[in-house]
Structure formats: C-alpha cells, structure tokens
Design a protein around this ligand. Structure first.
Ligand SMILES: C[S@@+](CC[C@H](N)C(=O)[O-])C[C@H]1O[C@@H](n2cnc3c(N)ncnc32)[C@H](O)[C@@H]1O
Length: 394
C-alpha cells in the first residue's frame, strides 16, 4: 500500500484529472491521453489513479462537498484495501474495513444525507428490476465474458495459465485485466456479455436450425456469430447502417470460416425490398420472407453502465430521438418477417421506456403475439443487464 501522504497527493491528482475530463467521452481514452503527458507515472501510479477516477464515477458524484472530499468518500465506500488514516480523517467507524459494500452503504444512508439511489437514474428503471441491486451493482466491475465454438478449450487454456475464471453454461468469464489476445492466442473466441449469450441460447431453442434470419442491427456481428455457434445450419443475413462495422463482421465471420451476406441498410427509411451481398453474389429479399428477425436496437446502454460508469455521470435523460429511432427500426423491418415468423427484440437497457413501453407499442401497432419477455439481470451474474422480448407475427 502506498504511504498515506502519497495517497492524498493521488487524490489531488485525481481531482485535477476530473476537472479536465470531457463529459460524454470514454474515461479510458482520456486517461490514456493523461498518462502520455505524465510519463513519470509508473504502472502502480496509473493503476491507483485509474481506480480513483472510476470510483468517483461509480459513486463520488453522489456525494456532496468539494471534488477531493467526494473522491475520498467514494474510495472509502468502494475500496476494500483502505488506509486507516483515510477512514479516521472521514470520521468513519473503526471496523469499517471489515464491512461489506451493502453495510457501508446502509451506514452512510442512516448517518448522513447520502442516498444510494443517487448513483443511478432509478426513476426510469423497469419495475421488474431491483433498484437497490442495480445501484449496488454500479459499484463493481463485471467480468469479461467469452464465447466461441469450443468454450471448454478456452476454460482449459485459462486453467493451464492459472488464470481465475467463472463458467456459466457455455460462457467463460474473466477479470477485465486479463490480456486475452496473449493468453488465448490461436483460439477462436469472441467477447460477448453473458446476458446476450443467455438470451440467444434460450432463443435458439425455439429454432429448428435451418431458418432464414435477418440480424437487422448487426453491428460487428456479436449476435450473428453467437447464433451461428449455436446452429451452424442457419442462413443469417446481417445489416447495419454503418458500412465500416460490417467489414469487422466479415472479418470475424471469416475467422469462423463462415460467409455472411451483408447489406448497408438505414432503417429510418421504409423499403420494398432489400439487397444483400455475399461472396456468391447478390440476393434480393422481398417482404414477408424471413423466418426470424433479430433487432438488437440502439439504446442508452444503461444495462452496461457498471462497465462504463462515466456514462451515468453524463446521462441527461433518454433522448427522444433514440426512442423514435427504435420505433422506426421496428416499423421498417417488420414487413420483411413472414407471417408466423419470430421477432427477437433486445436492448442492453434497463429503462422501461426502451423495453416494456416499446414492446407494448409494437405489439399493439403490428398486432404481434407476445411469446415471452424479461430481463437477464446483470446484478445476479457479474455481467451486463439485457432485456428481450419474443413475438410471433400473425
Ligand atoms: C446495440 S448495437 C448492435 C450490436 C450488435 N448486434 C452486436 O451484437 O455486436 C445497435 C446497432 O444499430 C445500428 N443502427 C443505428 N441506427 C441504425 C439505423 N438507422 N438503421 C440500421 N441500423 C442502425 C448501429 O450502427 C449499431 O451497430
């Protein structure tokens, strides 16, 4: 542990970093730029500054007082390895070190005017989620979850290298500090949060394995590739509004020796037909053709904010244009699903406006049958949270 005077200097340095921090940009990038201009900082100094910065994003801004006091309180609340001088300076009980996060948080709520629910916009949360658990979950970094065609071999490799890992079904989770590129060199794996994996695994049980699927917000193909890992016989076509991200999807699919037909499609616009390109040429798709539609729509990402706590800090309400974009994506993609076909709607949000409300609207407007819906709760599994709803088109 660094001597206390150095620890206090680090608090001042953290306050100085935060005063220059540009809201809305990833903290990780800004920390890297800061370290480049502070070359005298060694790896331990960087680690400690990074941890103080993240602790402030996780809890510090919910405390009153000046920035340095907020950083001290956040560290007192969240660090297990604490300087006794810090707890004494802050007037905290002598047994503080031995307390759990929940006990610390309860003590602060009963003895000060600090409130746990200030760490997250709980007023927007779905009623199906536990408010306290979501807030406490903001204080911990989830695991990085991996998937691939041979998950057992990934686990075996981690064990050989004496790296701690968790297994949950076929998913393997490791601490975010594990250098995956080095450790798993030569292995086929994708990083995909446990919640996405679980939603897709459960959904894939409803498939026979030879369906024609459209992944209409495919991004770099996380959902497409996971579905192909689960059912190699699926015929999946993938599109996104961003052509550059589709290159990344192609690259990843190639790593799995798969060829996925792709198209750049902007779903803010209606279309009568779609045109996908693959190595075999072009395929034109008419309306009412796909067996399955996967919509992993753009959202606030509030179910992932314990991974990136700086986004809670910059959050200023759900932008109305985001809700409108989700609606347009649903309305313009549904005509391509055939009658009797299945729609899987997903978000990594925990806000009811992006989930239950959006699904009620779509079921009503398009007369869809709701088969099931729910949350994969990240606070129960050291992962992100994800909402899903499965519909059948009549
Ligand atoms: C949550 S991300 C999808 C992540 C992806 N499914 C995966 O597993 O990696 C949402 C995607 O929607 C795309 N998107 C945003 N606006 C869109 C639009 N107007 N039309 C189609 N896709 C859009 C984004 O480019 C982004 O890749």
């Amino acid at each position: 542990m660094i001597p206390y005077p150095i620890y206090r200097r680090r608090i001042t340095q953290t306050a100085s970093f935060l005063s220059q921090y540009k809201t809305g940009k990833p903290a990780q990038l800004q920390l890297s730029a800061f370290f480049k201009t502070h070359k005298q900082m060694g790896s331990k100094d960087r680690k400690s500054l990074r941890s103080m910065v993240y602790n402030w994003f996780r809890a510090g801004s919910s405390f009153e007082g000046d920035r340095e006091h907020q950083i001290m309180m956040a560290n007192a609340l969240l660090d297990c390895d604490l300087h006794e001088e810090l707890t004494t300076d802050l007037g905290l009980p002598s047994s503080w070190h031995a307390w759990s996060l929940k006990e610390r948080s309860e003590h602060l709520q009963s003895t000060t005017n600090w409130q746990l629910d200030r760490v997250f916009p709980v007023e927007l949360l779905s009623e199906k989620l536990d408010k306290e658990a979501i807030c406490l979950h903001q204080f911990t970094q989830p695991l990085v979850w991996l998937t691939g065609p041979k998950p057992a071999s990934i686990a075996e490799r981690l064990a050989q290298k004496q790296i701690r890992y968790e297994e949950n079904g076929s998913a393997v989770g490791v601490d975010q500090t594990v250098p995956l590129g080095d450790v798993l060199q030569g292995f086929q794996f994708q990083v995909q949060d446990l919640s996405s994996q679980k939603v897709l695994e459960a959904f894939s049980e409803k498939l026979s394995g030879d369906e024609l699927i459209w992944d209409a917000c495919a991004g770099s193909g996380g959902k497409t590739l996971k579905l192909l890992n689960l059912h190699s016989g699926l015929d999946i076509m993938a599109s996104d509004v961003r052509p550059e991200i589709l290159k990344s999807l192609h690259h990843r699919a190639k790593g799995m020796s798969r060829n996925v037909a792709t198209a750049q499609i902007d779903l803010t616009k209606a279309a009568n037909e779609l045109r996908f390109e693959s190595s075999d040429g072009y395929r034109t798709i008419k309306q009412n053709l796909f067996d399955v539609l996967v919509l992993d729509v753009p959202c606030t990402g509030s179910g992932t904010w314990n991974r990136n706590p700086e986004f809670v800090h910059s959050f200023d309400g759900i932008p109305p244009h985001l809700i409108a974009l989700q609606e347009a994506i649903i309305d313009h993609s549904l005509p391509f699903l055939k009658p009797g076909g299945l729609l899987l709607y997903m978000t990594c949000s925990v806000f009811s406006a992006e989930n239950e409300a959006q699904c009620d609207r779509m079921a009503d407007k398009h007369q869809l049958d709701v088969i099931e819906s729910g949350y994969h709760k990240g606070y129960q599994h050291q992962s992100d949270s994800m909402y899903y709803a499965i519909f059948k088109k009549p």
